[in-house]
Design a protein around this ligand. Sequence first.
Ligand code: SF4
Length: 501
Amino acid sequence: MSLNSPLFSVIPEETVRVAKAAFPKGNRSLLLRDTFGPLFHHADFQHLFSHTGQPGEDPARLALMTILQFAERLSDVQAADAVRSRIDWKYLLALPLSDVGFDPSVLREFRTRLVDGNAEYLRFDTLLTQFREQKLLRARGRQRSDATHVLAAVRALNRLECVGSTLRHALNSLAVVAPDWLLTLKQPAWLERYEKRFEDERLPEAAAERTALATEVGRDGSSFLTAVIAADAPDWLRHIPAIETLRRVWLQNDTWTEQERLRWRTNEETPPAGQYISSPYDHDCRSSQQRGLTWIGYTVHVTASCDADLPHLMTNVATTMATTADDAVTEGMHQALKQRDLLPEIHLTDTGYIDAELRIASERRYQRDLLGPVRGDDHRQAKEGKGFAAADFLIDWEAQQVTCPAAKTSISWTPALDNRGSPVIKIKFSMKDCQVCIHREACTDGKRRSVTVRPQEQHEALQARRQRQQTPDFKRASAKRAGVEGTMSQRVRSGDVRHAR
Ligand code: SF4
């Protein structure tokens, strides 16, 4: 495909006449064209295409079509049919009535070109630029973010099904690309064991039988991998993606004893969910659990504008593994918005996206308010409102000493990392003071009180935000975040965003 195709800035007269007659009150496609014109220009996509070769479809048209196709959930064949047969599409794409469209494979090639050229965001960014030019979006306004789950397009497999399916997938891949080499392995038993889909088989229920089967599959996979990396095997075999997946899945499920015997790992010995491959058909999907929901797939984070006087438009979309914490996305979100010159004055989020470190970074780096409630103090004393919370202790940062409400001073000040790797300071009081203290029962469950705080700047930012989030003004402002659920609901209904394609 080249770019030697005509532009679509002018709609043929006959197309206009028939479309206006068919839709005297207009419809979505007509309105889109009349409001925004062609939306895309072939120059936007120029760098993705060769300037020589056969003239092809205008990429600006294809960009617009892929959006329509997505919005109406059409397959490539259905979308190509719509170009041929629908007058509202011909109007939007500025095609003559006689245009016969193109082969559906053109759409797939166009998407591949976008992905290969790292240009997945090109259409989105171009639209945002247009919206800004039309004054439908403003930088330094208000925006809000939220996330929802996305189910991967794979079956949920247990560990045994996953290893069996992975070996079957690797065997099938080699049966296509290296059938003669596969026959040299002379393993007729594998045909019987892996002919059918592993997840369709009735697996043994007894634990001992399941472990025996897992060990047998483990041995098969191990022999197969050994054969693939043997000196006499073709070198390129080991670079086949299904073989690399097999190697990784084997490492996460099998190990070797000191006697060099293969052993099925216990559940406790497998990698954490963030690293665990759940399916041979999708390496990036992960199993996660949140608010009572368990899913295998991804999380999509959506940011949308929410200025009262403007339409509410999406300004950023980020997809992560299902196990990625929300606050790991915040900085990337801000960078993406900055690149688009769309950083909001106030960014409304929920607790998951905020911690003291991120708040400070946001204010310092972008001079923006990351507005949302931070996590409360979840220690027993703060939650029950009994005894003394960390906020009741007086900290002398310079002297690195803390005074408790009973006027006793701490005896140790130890910088450490919490379980998320963030810096904290662990402070301890003297056992001698605490054991004779009249407040001891309310203050601590142990023999002495210890307090963990963030470094000074974060600690003070956290305390200030905890106080501020109790005020009516803060509650009123942050209540506006809830409206992002409407944006999310629209994405679910019109774009089926909760299912990976
Ligand atoms: S228990 Fe220890 S830390 Fe708590 S108030 Fe008494 S002396 Fe202070």
